[in-house]
Write a protein that binds this ligand. Structure first.
Ligand code: ZN
Length: 233
Protein backbone atom coordinates (compact mmCIF):
# COMPACT_ATOMS: atom_id res chain seq x y z
CA UNK A 1 0.00 0.00 0.00
CA UNK A 2 2.44 2.72 -1.06
CA UNK A 3 -0.27 5.41 -1.07
CA UNK A 4 -1.05 4.71 2.57
CA UNK A 5 2.52 5.35 3.63
CA UNK A 6 2.02 8.92 2.39
CA UNK A 7 -1.22 9.31 4.36
CA UNK A 8 -1.52 12.30 6.69
CA UNK A 9 -0.64 12.04 10.34
CA UNK A 10 -2.81 9.38 12.06
CA UNK A 11 -4.68 11.86 14.26
CA UNK A 12 -5.62 14.05 11.33
CA UNK A 13 -6.71 11.01 9.28
CA UNK A 14 -8.89 9.83 12.18
CA UNK A 15 -10.52 13.26 12.43
CA UNK A 16 -11.22 13.34 8.70
CA UNK A 17 -12.68 9.82 8.87
CA UNK A 18 -14.96 10.84 11.72
CA UNK A 19 -16.05 13.90 9.73
CA UNK A 20 -16.97 11.72 6.74
CA UNK A 21 -18.91 9.26 8.94
CA UNK A 22 -20.76 12.19 10.45
CA UNK A 23 -21.55 13.74 7.06
CA UNK A 24 -22.98 10.44 5.78
CA UNK A 25 -25.14 9.95 8.91
CA UNK A 26 -26.31 13.56 8.73
CA UNK A 27 -27.17 13.20 5.02
CA UNK A 28 -29.13 10.00 5.77
CA UNK A 29 -30.99 11.58 8.68
CA UNK A 30 -32.14 14.42 6.40
CA UNK A 31 -33.03 12.22 3.46
CA UNK A 32 -30.32 13.67 1.21
CA UNK A 33 -28.65 10.30 0.82
CA UNK A 34 -30.67 7.24 -0.18
CA UNK A 35 -30.32 3.46 0.08
CA UNK A 36 -28.18 1.85 -2.59
CA UNK A 37 -26.22 5.01 -3.45
CA UNK A 38 -22.62 4.24 -4.41
CA UNK A 39 -20.09 5.71 -2.00
CA UNK A 40 -17.18 6.19 -4.37
CA UNK A 41 -13.91 6.29 -2.49
CA UNK A 42 -12.17 8.65 -4.90
CA UNK A 43 -15.10 11.05 -5.12
CA UNK A 44 -15.47 11.23 -1.33
CA UNK A 45 -11.72 11.79 -0.99
CA UNK A 46 -12.07 14.73 -3.39
CA UNK A 47 -15.09 16.20 -1.60
CA UNK A 48 -13.35 16.22 1.78
CA UNK A 49 -9.76 16.69 0.63
CA UNK A 50 -9.07 13.39 2.42
CA UNK A 51 -6.69 10.53 1.73
CA UNK A 52 -8.11 7.30 0.28
CA UNK A 53 -7.06 5.57 3.52
CA UNK A 54 -9.13 7.98 5.62
CA UNK A 55 -12.15 7.39 3.35
CA UNK A 56 -11.68 3.60 3.61
CA UNK A 57 -11.63 3.87 7.41
CA UNK A 58 -14.85 5.88 7.31
CA UNK A 59 -16.53 3.35 5.01
CA UNK A 60 -15.44 0.50 7.29
CA UNK A 61 -16.91 2.29 10.31
CA UNK A 62 -20.17 2.83 8.41
CA UNK A 63 -20.23 -0.86 7.42
CA UNK A 64 -19.80 -1.87 11.07
CA UNK A 65 -22.91 0.17 11.89
CA UNK A 66 -24.81 -1.63 9.14
CA UNK A 67 -25.15 1.65 7.22
CA UNK A 68 -22.85 0.80 4.30
CA UNK A 69 -22.11 -2.42 2.46
CA UNK A 70 -18.57 -3.06 1.20
CA UNK A 71 -18.33 -5.26 -1.87
CA UNK A 72 -14.91 -6.55 -2.94
CA UNK A 73 -13.89 -4.93 -6.23
CA UNK A 74 -17.20 -3.09 -6.46
CA UNK A 75 -16.72 -0.50 -3.77
CA UNK A 76 -19.16 0.65 -1.11
CA UNK A 77 -22.84 1.50 -1.19
CA UNK A 78 -25.38 2.75 1.29
CA UNK A 79 -27.05 -0.44 2.55
CA UNK A 80 -30.56 -1.35 1.32
CA UNK A 81 -32.16 -3.47 4.02
CA UNK A 82 -34.77 -5.93 2.74
CA UNK A 83 -38.27 -6.19 4.25
CA UNK A 84 -37.20 -9.43 5.97
CA UNK A 85 -34.11 -7.80 7.49
CA UNK A 86 -36.20 -4.93 8.81
CA UNK A 87 -38.78 -7.33 10.32
CA UNK A 88 -36.10 -9.54 11.88
CA UNK A 89 -34.25 -6.59 13.40
CA UNK A 90 -37.41 -5.17 15.01
CA UNK A 91 -38.50 -8.65 16.18
CA UNK A 92 -35.12 -9.07 17.88
CA UNK A 93 -35.58 -5.74 19.63
CA UNK A 94 -39.15 -6.67 20.69
CA UNK A 95 -37.87 -9.90 22.28
CA UNK A 96 -34.92 -8.36 24.10
CA UNK A 97 -36.63 -5.15 25.18
CA UNK A 98 -39.77 -6.92 26.37
CA UNK A 99 -37.79 -9.27 28.61
CA UNK A 100 -35.57 -6.41 29.73
CA UNK A 101 -38.54 -4.21 30.72
CA UNK A 102 -40.10 -7.06 32.74
CA UNK A 103 -36.82 -7.46 34.60
CA UNK A 104 -36.23 -3.74 35.07
CA UNK A 105 -39.69 -3.23 36.63
CA UNK A 106 -38.53 -5.43 39.51
CA UNK A 107 -35.57 -3.25 40.55
CA UNK A 108 -36.07 0.24 39.12
CA UNK A 109 -35.43 3.15 41.55
CA UNK A 110 -37.11 6.53 41.95
CA UNK A 111 -33.91 8.17 40.62
CA UNK A 112 -34.09 5.95 37.51
CA UNK A 113 -37.68 6.97 36.90
CA UNK A 114 -36.69 10.65 37.21
CA UNK A 115 -33.94 10.17 34.64
CA UNK A 116 -36.38 8.49 32.25
CA UNK A 117 -38.98 11.24 32.63
CA UNK A 118 -36.36 13.95 32.00
CA UNK A 119 -35.27 12.08 28.90
CA UNK A 120 -38.83 11.91 27.58
CA UNK A 121 -39.06 15.69 28.17
CA UNK A 122 -36.01 16.23 25.94
CA UNK A 123 -37.59 13.99 23.29
CA UNK A 124 -40.65 16.26 23.21
CA UNK A 125 -38.54 19.43 23.01
CA UNK A 126 -36.47 18.24 20.02
CA UNK A 127 -39.62 17.00 18.32
CA UNK A 128 -41.34 20.36 18.75
CA UNK A 129 -38.30 22.34 17.58
CA UNK A 130 -37.79 20.12 14.50
CA UNK A 131 -34.20 19.08 15.32
CA UNK A 132 -34.56 15.91 13.32
CA UNK A 133 -31.21 14.26 13.88
CA UNK A 134 -31.00 15.13 17.58
CA UNK A 135 -34.56 13.91 18.00
CA UNK A 136 -33.84 10.59 16.27
CA UNK A 137 -30.73 10.20 18.41
CA UNK A 138 -32.72 10.77 21.61
CA UNK A 139 -35.45 8.36 20.52
CA UNK A 140 -32.81 5.64 20.09
CA UNK A 141 -30.98 6.71 23.27
CA UNK A 142 -34.11 6.23 25.37
CA UNK A 143 -33.88 2.52 24.66
CA UNK A 144 -30.18 2.24 25.44
CA UNK A 145 -30.83 4.24 28.64
CA UNK A 146 -33.36 1.56 29.65
CA UNK A 147 -30.69 -1.06 28.98
CA UNK A 148 -28.14 0.82 31.10
CA UNK A 149 -30.59 1.08 33.97
CA UNK A 150 -31.31 -2.62 33.56
CA UNK A 151 -27.62 -3.09 34.22
CA UNK A 152 -26.42 -6.04 32.14
CA UNK A 153 -23.56 -4.73 29.94
CA UNK A 154 -23.90 -7.59 27.45
CA UNK A 155 -27.57 -6.74 26.92
CA UNK A 156 -26.65 -3.04 26.62
CA UNK A 157 -24.01 -3.71 23.99
CA UNK A 158 -26.33 -5.97 21.99
CA UNK A 159 -29.10 -3.42 22.14
CA UNK A 160 -26.81 -0.54 21.10
CA UNK A 161 -26.03 -2.40 17.88
CA UNK A 162 -29.68 -3.17 17.22
CA UNK A 163 -30.66 0.45 17.90
CA UNK A 164 -28.01 1.69 15.45
CA UNK A 165 -29.48 -0.61 12.80
CA UNK A 166 -33.07 0.40 13.30
CA UNK A 167 -32.08 4.11 13.47
CA UNK A 168 -30.57 3.69 10.03
CA UNK A 169 -33.69 1.92 8.75
CA UNK A 170 -35.76 4.80 10.11
CA UNK A 171 -33.49 7.37 8.48
CA UNK A 172 -34.11 5.82 5.07
CA UNK A 173 -37.73 6.91 5.25
CA UNK A 174 -38.93 10.45 4.64
CA UNK A 175 -37.92 12.99 7.32
CA UNK A 176 -41.52 13.61 8.40
CA UNK A 177 -41.94 9.96 9.45
CA UNK A 178 -42.34 9.75 13.20
CA UNK A 179 -41.15 6.37 14.40
CA UNK A 180 -41.19 6.04 18.18
CA UNK A 181 -44.42 7.45 19.60
CA UNK A 182 -43.38 9.57 22.59
CA UNK A 183 -46.65 8.61 24.32
CA UNK A 184 -45.53 4.95 24.16
CA UNK A 185 -42.38 5.95 26.06
CA UNK A 186 -44.51 7.74 28.67
CA UNK A 187 -46.76 4.67 29.12
CA UNK A 188 -43.73 2.41 29.50
CA UNK A 189 -42.15 4.66 32.14
CA UNK A 190 -45.50 4.69 33.99
CA UNK A 191 -45.64 0.86 33.99
CA UNK A 192 -42.05 0.69 35.24
CA UNK A 193 -42.82 3.24 37.97
CA UNK A 194 -45.69 1.03 39.13
CA UNK A 195 -43.39 -2.00 39.13
CA UNK A 196 -45.79 -3.77 36.75
CA UNK A 197 -43.41 -6.13 34.93
CA UNK A 198 -46.08 -7.89 32.84
CA UNK A 199 -47.46 -4.59 31.53
CA UNK A 200 -43.96 -3.15 30.93
CA UNK A 201 -43.06 -6.25 28.91
CA UNK A 202 -46.20 -6.05 26.81
CA UNK A 203 -45.77 -2.32 26.15
CA UNK A 204 -42.05 -2.54 25.31
CA UNK A 205 -42.63 -5.39 22.89
CA UNK A 206 -45.71 -3.84 21.26
CA UNK A 207 -43.85 -0.51 20.89
CA UNK A 208 -41.27 -2.23 18.68
CA UNK A 209 -43.83 -4.11 16.59
CA UNK A 210 -45.79 -0.87 16.08
CA UNK A 211 -42.59 0.87 14.98
CA UNK A 212 -41.97 -1.90 12.48
CA UNK A 213 -45.49 -1.64 11.13
CA UNK A 214 -44.98 2.08 10.39
CA UNK A 215 -42.05 1.43 8.09
CA UNK A 216 -42.90 0.88 4.45
CA UNK A 217 -40.68 -0.44 1.70
CA UNK A 218 -38.62 2.50 0.57
CA UNK A 219 -38.67 3.06 -3.17
CA UNK A 220 -35.16 4.31 -3.34
CA UNK A 221 -33.47 6.09 -6.21
CA UNK A 222 -29.71 6.40 -5.73
CA UNK A 223 -28.60 9.93 -4.86
CA UNK A 224 -27.33 11.69 -7.98
CA UNK A 225 -25.09 14.34 -6.45
CA UNK A 226 -22.90 12.96 -3.69
CA UNK A 227 -21.18 16.28 -3.06
CA UNK A 228 -24.44 18.16 -2.54
CA UNK A 229 -25.65 15.36 -0.23
CA UNK A 230 -22.52 15.28 1.93
CA UNK A 231 -21.58 18.96 1.89
CA UNK A 232 -24.84 20.91 1.58
CA UNK A 233 -24.38 24.67 1.17
ZN1 ZN B 1 -39.09 4.07 21.36
Amino acid sequence: MPADTLAPRPLQAALVSAKIVDAVLEALAHGRLTAGTRLREEEIAGIFGASRAAVRDALKALAERGVAVLQPNRGARVASPTEDEVTQTYAARALIEGAMAADLAQHITAADIRKLREHVGAQRRTNDSGERREHLRLMGDFHTLLAMLHGNPVVTETLERLVARTSFMTALFPPQTQICAIDDHVALVDALAKGDGALAQRLASKHMMDNRARLRAAVSVPTADLRAALLPS
